[in-house]
Design a protein around this ligand. Structure first.
Ligand code: PLP
Length: 424
């Protein structure tokens, strides 16, 4: 195969006709395939459904002397705190166990900063003239939407293979109106990269001009390897504490992709001073989260080692799906030199950079042929990718046979949009 950029106009014309024919055939099949969201597949959900066989005896409703069916324990069951602390490498006193979704806890933390201010805020953020927010991108669309919804000004920060561009971050935080930053430090959404030790050190050592700078550390994929062994990862709370920044960071995690999305448990972890401050606000908001589900998860997951053995079983399902996508891209796209992509070993996504100016067109062609992808641009603040290049592929939901069809269609659409861009 000749790279598209090196073809003669005549060769390109021939290729365009051939690929257009393939596209028409695929479209005529009337398929309906989805690679849009990082949802576990049915096989994974079936695998953990024995969760509901637990809690059949009265004794199982008691944890550390607490009847989990009753009010109490605002910050979560001690055993659930121990479980998350074990997984994240922090201390149980630093953990607040919440409800079914970490995104809700993230939204709520930003919301509290806005309405009440954080521990070190001179005033609630709603009284600030401008609030600016750092968004490493490509990144997670829902993060960006949270901070956009409060009217913050979103500042894109380029992602590198090691994490966010720290020169850009260190420069930006000299502005006191820059109040925070999103991070997905392990198997980032969508790049699937792991922040390097040096990037983590520089983040933990930051000296932002804002006294109430909020480092959002969304460790959503902390134990989500689908290839190879579990990769150890530093505890951001102690890293920040080492530089006198213990109150700067809030870490988040959940069991959404360990047990069931929307029916799992979530947590935030922070300094004890932050915990005291937030508990005073949270106790007005709720008497407590669902401790029955917390207990179910404690009994089911037990501890980090046992949870990691469950993650190996998820990996056995997810690994072949990611490999099917990467193999198709290597075979169909790599020789044409029209896109680059990452090769993650964990997380839920593959991030692909198409030829600039072709991502939206590729997305449209996929939709026409029955394949739903995350919207082009979604991985950037305000949904606008300045290069119109990044596309996020989520291979987890469809069974392998469907996924192979979906990625075949994706490759054809990528080729067509590149040929259109190069001129035929
Ligand atoms: N954070 C990241 C980076 C995600 O990719 C996702 C889901 O895709 C979530 C959070 C959502 O987590 P939860 O279900 O705990 O709200």
């Amino acid at each position: 195969m000749i790279p598209y950029g090196k073809m003669t106009p005549q060769e390109r014309r021939g290729e365009y006709e051939r690929v257009s024919g393939e596209f028409a055939d695929l479209k005529a099949r009337g398929l309906k395939l989805n690679m849009a969201r990082g949802k576990p597949g049915k096989e994974q959900l079936d695998m953990v459904s024995d969760l509901f066989e637990l809690m059949r005896t009265p004794e199982e409703y008691v944890s550390d002397g607490v009847d989990v069916r009753n009010y109490g324990e605002l910050s979560g069951l001690p055993a659930a705190k121990r479980l998350f602390a074990d997984i994240l490498g922090c201390r149980p006193e630093q953990v607040f166990v919440g409800g079914n979704a970490s995104l809700q806890l993230m939204y709520d933390t930003v919301s509290k900063a806005y309405t009440h201010g954080l521990l070190h805020s001179p005033q609630p953020w709603c009284r600030e003239k401008t609030v600016k927010w750092l968004c490493p991108c490509p990144g997670y669309d829902r993060h960006f939407m949270v901070t956009e919804s409060f009217g913050f000004e979103l500042i894109p920060v380029p992602m590198t293979a090691e994490g966010p561009d720290m020169d850009a971050v260190e420069q930006a935080i000299q502005d006191p109106s820059v109040k925070g930053m999103w991070n997905v430090p392990k198997y980032s959404n969508p790049d699937g990269i792991i922040y390097s030790a040096e990037v983590i050190r520089r983040i933990a050592a930051m000296k932002p001009a804002a006294p109430d700078f909020l480092l959002m550390w969304d460790n959503a994929y902390c134990i989500h390897e689908f290839e190879g062994d579990y990769v150890e990862f530093p505890d951001i709370l102690s890293e920040c504490a080492r530089y006198g920044n213990e109150d700067m960071v809030f870490e988040f995690a959940s069991t959404s992709k360990v047990t069931m999305p929307g029916a799992g448990i979530s947590c935030f972890a922070c300094s004890e001073a932050n915990m005291e401050y937030l508990k005073k606000l949270l106790t007005i908001q709720t008497i407590g989260f669902d401790k029955v589900n917390q207990q179910r998860h404690v009994l089911y997951l037990k501890d980090k080692a046992h949870t990691l053995s469950l993650m190996k079983r998820h990996a056995a399902v997810l690994g072949p799906k990611f490999r099917a996508v990467l193999d198709a891209l290597d075979r169909e796209i790599a020789p044409l030199e029209i896109a680059q992509w990452q090769r993650p070993k964990g997380g839920y996504f593959i991030s692909l950079n198409a030829m600039p100016g072709t991502a939206r067109r590729t997305w449209e062609l996929c939709r026409e042929a029955g394949v739903t992808l995350t919207g082009a641009g979604a991985t950037f603040p305000y949904g606008k990718d300045p290069a119109d290049s990044n596309l996020r592929i989520a291979p987890s939901l469809p069974p392998v046979a469907e996924l192979e069809q979906a990625i075949a269609i994706f490759c054809v659409c990528l080729k067509l949009s590149a040929l259109e861009k190069l001129g035929v």
